[in-house]
Design a protein around this ligand. Structure first.
Ligand SMILES: C[S@@+](CC[C@H](N)C(=O)[O-])C[C@H]1O[C@@H](n2cnc3c(N)ncnc32)[C@H](O)[C@@H]1O
Length: 316
């Protein structure tokens, strides 16, 4: 008889609890059960804090004939991320999203060097983008970056970006806004439950970092469309609004809610200014620009998302 377990995603402590609950015991070599085996149906890595420990536990069980393990799409993605294609690239694109995902998992392995290398590659990649953008911004213009830290605060992306932009690229730090995403669902992954051993700190917030070029003050006159109430609420370093939930309708895995570009463009630019978004995705920034009378320029590397955002814009 088999117990079917799937989607462990690096949550080692929870897996051990589950095995115990199902009557499995650890004989010092492997977890096992006198009468049953586990059928693991894949997705051992990514998201949770202990992917290497999960893989080791599962491997031991398989080698001791206590389990069968199938490969999940996350394992396949990890292999393809490292497999070179015939054009000198990688079968799984080293895009922003993919680099981030794999760096988090690799950082957990004993081979920290590789994880750190990937994370550094990600920061370098972002640095190149913001370096390219600098000459495109008018003196006195603003740059707004929505970014969060990785792996429950263990990967300090935000502080690295602040350092790179202000120290290496000459952007002037202007403001740091915390976006409280109002996450309220029940928690299950505590790290070490009721113990200081290794508690986990989920981050239901991201940052919106604001920088300026050459001057903290806008250098040209214009007309604002901020209402009194908007200004009173938004001129404060804590913004609270819900994330976008219509991923299926918009056809994109990571759209942000229109409230985000709306607040940024109204708070940091005059009417009829030009707004550039280097990562258009489903086109949310462009939609906000159209609604609130800004001109926009957008880049999107994926043709499918580009077409989707064009269609979305037509409907505004
Ligand atoms: C997090 S999404 C942006 C989502 C967007 N803010 C929205 O609300 O839909 C990042 C987007 O950047 C695109 N992207 C990644 N690398 C890029 C590049 N080098 N140039 C242009 N677009 C890129 C991805 O295809 C993805 O759609």
């Amino acid at each position: 008889m088999h117990d079917i377990i799937g989607d462990i995603h690096g949550f080692y402590d929870e897996l051990v609890l589950l095995l115990k609950k199902l009557g499995y015991q650890n004989d010092g070599n492997s977890w096992g059960h006198p009468d049953r085996k586990v059928l693991f149906v894949g997705d051992y890595i990514d998201r949770g804090p202990k992917s290497p420990q999960v893989l080791k536990l599962v491997r031991n069980m398989v080698e001791n004939d206590k389990a069968i393990a199938l490969m999940g799409n996350h394992e396949l993605n990890a292999i393809l991320f490292n497999a070179e294609d015939k054009d000198g690239g990688y079968v799984r694109q080293h895009s922003l999203k993919n680099i981030k995902q794999h760096a988090q998992t690799l950082l957990q392995f004993a081979n920290l060097e590789n994880g750190q290398k990937l994370f550094d590659e990600y920061i370098e990649w972002l640095k190149d983008i913001f370096k390219l953008l600098y000459p495109k911004i008018k003196a006195g213009g603003r740059l707004c970056i929505n970014i969060g830290n990785g792996e429950n605060g263990k990967i300090p992306t935000v502080s690295d970006i602040i350092q790179v932009l202000s120290k290496d690229l000459n952007y002037l730090p202007f403001a740091q806004i915390v976006w409280d995403k109002g996450h309220t669902s029940a928690r299950t992954a505590w790290g070490s439950w009721q113990s200081p051993s290794s508690p986990s700190f989920p981050t239901p917030f991201e940052f919106i970092l604001i920088f300026a070029k050459e001057s903290l003050k806008l250098k040209w006159k214009g007309e604002t469309d901020l209402t009194k109430d908007e200004f009173k609420e938004w001129a404060y370093g804590l913004w609270k609004f819900k994330p976008e939930t219509r991923k299926n309708d918009l056809g994109h895995p990571a759209p942000f809610p229109i409230e985000l570009p709306k607040r940024c463009i109204k708070m940091f630019s005059w009417k009829n200014s030009v707004v550039l978004d280097p990562f258009m995705g489903s086109g949310t920034t462009a939609v906000a620009c159209k609604k609130f009378n800004r001109n926009y320029i957008g880049f999107e590397i994926d043709k499918h998302y580009y077409e989707l955002s064009k269609k979305r814009l037509k409907e505004v």
